[in-house]
Design a protein around this ligand. Structure first.
Ligand code: ADP
Length: 400
């Protein structure tokens, strides 16, 4: 009998969902509702093999959105009763130092997610809104929170502590948490399977390069270092985020440029990265501009590659022995030139890319046969990882 999990990713004005069949990993249905609470909402419901449903309409709040979703399942399928729904999985961005794994949601867990809101003011309140509405809509089903940070709680103190006043850090819960954990966990596990070796024996570096980007060093299935920090602003160059900068830049922008904290926040989170450097935050457009010889696009790609190479170098040192490097997410899976540039000149460290394999498509090895460290493209699947973690928690026999 099929068993499925309903996976939810709630933003402040959006709701993304997928009905995942646990055994096959297939998406039985998926959808996206955007501009919730605005005058013009857009909602789509997709079922493989059927025509997509798209409606432009007012969707007043998340509960209203879930009502629309249920209606689509009724009208266009698949039949939710026939899908043997095991539970509802919620993506939650910030789990703090408390949640090191997926957890069943009760009022106490909901309260703790709320308590973590100061650490993720853009995300946790929105995630919680999704949880509250979904618990009302899907009453009677187990609801599970799967945290973006949980996989990284194994990072040792030397790597997760910042060198600041220890009292201030403790009082305000300031430390590295890391994000994209669900993706890093999925890809590192898949990487070990592709190498045909037990997870416990494999050391890998996962480069999740999407609109947000992060790198993780994984030792034997456990995250030991990651590039995002207390917030997702740290580390690599991203679509609109700067990644690492000297914190002194912030004081300078305030004192000398006269910018307010909110303005600096917007500058670094929303108007930096590829967007800030080139005028577009979309890697495809940046590559096109670089191919057309536009200097600032060429430079932006060099900065992206430089930061990636430095991070890989640091993680090679942290791991001591690295078996594989895995590229994933929109850019990691599709941008061959970014992959090649990031690992260029690392032959001396045992990393040799095969140009023809790199230009191919899909899940595959892209390193040359003689490369001591294997390099792979491993498509991520965060929804499936969430579905599996939900199933493992509420119906372990299904996952066995
Ligand atoms: P998100 O973090 O929002 O989930 P994605 O993982 O979908 O983002 O990644 C989006 C990024 O992937 C964008 O910068 C987009 O330009 C890039 N991307 C997608 N396809 C390609 C491609 N064929 N070549 C280069 N970049 C691509």
């Amino acid at each position: 009998m099929t068993a499925s999990v309903f996976v939810i990713n709630a933003g402040s004005s959006s709701l993304k969902y997928q009905l995942v069949e646990v055994a096959s990993g297939e998406a039985l249905a998926s959808g996206l509702i955007e501009r919730i609470g605005e005058t013009t909402g857009v909602a789509t419901h997709e079922v493989p093999g059927r025509e997509d449903v798209t409606e432009h309409r007012v969707i007043s709040d998340h509960e209203h959105a879930f009502g629309w979703v249920l209606q689509q399942f009724d009208r266009h399928g698949p039949d939710l009763d026939g899908a043997n729904l095991l539970g509802i999985g919620h993506r939650v961005v910030q789990g703090g130092a408390r949640f090191d794994r997926a957890v069943r949601i009760d009022d106490d867990v909901a309260q703790q997610i709320d308590d973590l809101a100061p650490l993720a003011p853009l995300h946790n309140p929105a995630n919680l809104q999704g949880i509250r509405s979904a618990r009302a809509t899907f009453a009677g089903y187990p609801h599970v929170a799967v945290f973006d940070t949980a996989f990284h709680l194994t990072i040792p103190p030397a790597a997760h502590r910042y060198a600041i006043d220890a009292t201030v850090a403790a009082e305000h819960r300031i430390r590295k948490y890391g994000f994209h954990g669900t993706s890093h966990q999925y890809v590192s596990r898949r990487m070990a399977a592709l190498l045909g070796r037990p997870l416990e024996e494999v050391n890998s570096i996962v480069l999740h390069l999407g609109n947000g980007a992060s790198a993780t060093a994984v030792r034997g299935g456990r995250s030991v270092e990651t590039s995002m920090g207390m917030t997702p602003l740290a580390g690599l160059v991203m679509g609109t985020r700067s990644g690492d900068i000297d914190p002194g830049v912030i004081f300078h922008l305030h004192r000398v440029a006269g910018m307010s904290v909110d303005e600096i926040d917007t500058l670094l989170n929303k108007r930096s990265g590829l967007l800030g450097m080139t005028g577009t935050g979309d890697m495809r457009d940046v590559q096109q501009a670089a191919d057309a010889g536009i200097e600032r696009a060429v430079e932006a790609l060099e900065i992206v590659a430089h930061r990636l190479r430095g991070t890989v170098g640091a993680y090679l040192a942290h791991l001591g022995r690295t078996d594989a490097i895995a590229f994933t997410a929109g850019i990691g899976e599709n941008a061959a030139a970014v992959r090649a540039a990031a690992l260029e000149g690392l032959e001396g460290l045992g990393i040799v890319i095969d140009a023809e394999r790199n230009a191919g498509r899909g899940e595959r090895r892209i390193s040359a046969d003689g490369s001591a460290i294997e390099v792979w493209v491993v498509p991520t699947n965060e929804e499936l990882e969430i579905a599996r973690q939900v199933a493992a928690l509420v119906a372990p026999s299904v996952v066995e």
